[in-house]
Design a protein around this ligand. Structure first.
Ligand code: RNT
Ligand code: ZN
Length: 421
């Protein structure tokens, strides 16, 4: 049993401690409760989708693990997301992929439409949630050559261009129906395992394909287009057509959102440092918050230094209106509902810690050239009682505080997901 009295008492002490630094904890949790995180639906079924029983194939990504109970149908996936959302403070969004269409696999990827997402839209409406969307340019026979939008085979290229076009229509319908713009992201895995001779041709074709996909003007109140680059994938170690520089250029030239996936850079690069750099030139960006371990492994997000740095950038730079926070991880080796909750709660916690920072004080030290105090304070802040504020925030918003959520996730596993074979 959660001891509410103890949580309130601890919060009161924390409130006073933060007040000594001129930080208003009530204002921080008020702001926090308004930040929506876009939960990726694909954590619930290892990026399988409902098109075929084969699940994730190709695309240079991989979900590892054999934990039982993954969602097999849209109804099961919605039930799992409902459970996850009930364990998160605040109102969030759901990020879908084209392979989550409800078509019984009978409609081609280039022919799907908003009608195949009707149940998702109804569900989102009933729960007051926004939706985001992604084209699925992998797990498909026409992606087996390793090339889609940059393919030299005109029939293949055209097929995927059509897919990109219908995905924008689906995103726009979601945005219109739900009254909140749908961020529709495009990521392709095109690339070569070994050293190519022609790096230029595929990139020229990709640009052409994107221009065709984005030709139709769609109101930004319904749809926000975003493009996601990558460093390498399994089977595209030597060359990825849609690299970071490629899409940064494309996004700037065409006023698209750039998607920064935190697992898509060299391990010693800090994605947090890129936010202020790219937002100097772009209006808005999308984040795919992930956790790479040695490579782009998509481990469950934890409260790492880098996650905290990302949250700090969003708050310090006053970027919340311009940055769409999405998650992108998939772990098939542990309870999937719990994995979702762990990662999302960490993202929210990181934002809380950033909101509790006495930023003005730190800025003054920096402006005065007092780098000693800046470092000292940054380290002191790490042991402030943000946990007490977090527990209080969860309690106030009616979701389990502390580790109480875990029992609910495990019970749900025992009652619901363990029945799935
Ligand atoms: C892959 C990209 C991409 C996918 C999802 C499923 O490396 O990060 O965003 O993870 O679209
Ligand atoms: Zn991603």
């Amino acid at each position: 049993m959660t001891d509410f009295k103890a949580i309130e008492k601890a919060y009161e002490a924390a409130r006073q401690r933060y007040a000594e630094l001129d930080v208003d904890t009530d204002a921080a949790i008020e702001r926090l409760s308004k930040i929506a995180i876009s939960l990726h639906c694909w954590q619930g079924d290892d990026v399988g989708g409902f098109e075929s029983s084969e699940g994730l194939t190709g695309g240079g990504i991989m979900a590892t693990g054999a934990y039982p109970g993954k969602a097999r149908t849209a109804d099961e996936l919605r039930a799992d997301v409902d459970k996850v959302m009930s364990l998160l403070p605040g109102k969030h969004r759901l990020n879908l992929h084209a392979i989550y269409a409800e078509t019984s696999g009978k409609v081609g990827r280039n022919e799907i439409g908003p009608e195949h997402f009707g149940a998702w839209i109804d569900w989102a409406k009933a729960n007051g949630l926004g939706l985001d969307f992604n084209g699925t340019f992998f797990s498909h026979p026409k992606a087996e050559s390793g090339f889609t939008l940059s393919s030299a085979d005109e029939a293949i290229r055209k097929f995927w261009v059509e897919h990109g076009m219908v995905c924008r229509k689906i995103g726009a319908a979601m945005g219109k129906e739900l009254g909140t713009a749908c961020v529709t992201n495009l990521w392709i895995a095109d690339g070569y395992k070994d050293i190519p001779v022609d790096r230029k041709g595929p990139r020229e074709r990709l640009k052409k394909s994107l221009d065709e996909i984005f030709a139709e003007q769609i109101d930004r109140s319904q749809l926000l287009d975003s493009v996601e680059g990558k460093l390498f994938g399994i089977g595209s170690e030597s060359y990825v057509v849609g690299s970071h520089e490629f899409y940064l250029g494309y996004a700037i030239e065409n006023k698209k959102l750039l998607c920064i996936d935190t697992g898509h850079y060299h391990p010693t690069e800090a994605p947090s440092d890129k936010i202020s750099a790219v937002l100097t030139f772009l209006d808005e960006i999308l984040l795919h918050v992930s956790r790479g371990v040695r490579w782009d492994s998509d481990h469950v997000v934890i409260l790492s230094d880098e996650l905290r740095a990302i949250a700090q950038e969003l708050i310090r730079g006053d970027y919340l209106e311009r940055v769409h926070i999405g998650l992108d991880f998939f772990d098939a080796s542990i309870n999937r509902v719990a994995a979702w909750v762990i990662g999302t709660r960490c993202m929210i916690k990181a934002l809380l810690i950033a909101l509790l920072e006495p930023t003005e004080r730190l800025r003054r030290m920096e402006a005065d050239g007092d780098h000693t105090s800046r470092l000292a304070m940054l380290e002191e802040l790490k042991t402030l009682p943000f946990g007490a504020v977090w527990d209080y925030h969860c309690t106030k918003l009616g979701v389990p505080a502390r580790e109480a959520w875990l029992k609910e996730a495990i019970d749900y596993g025992a009652k619901v997901t363990s029945e799935r074979r």
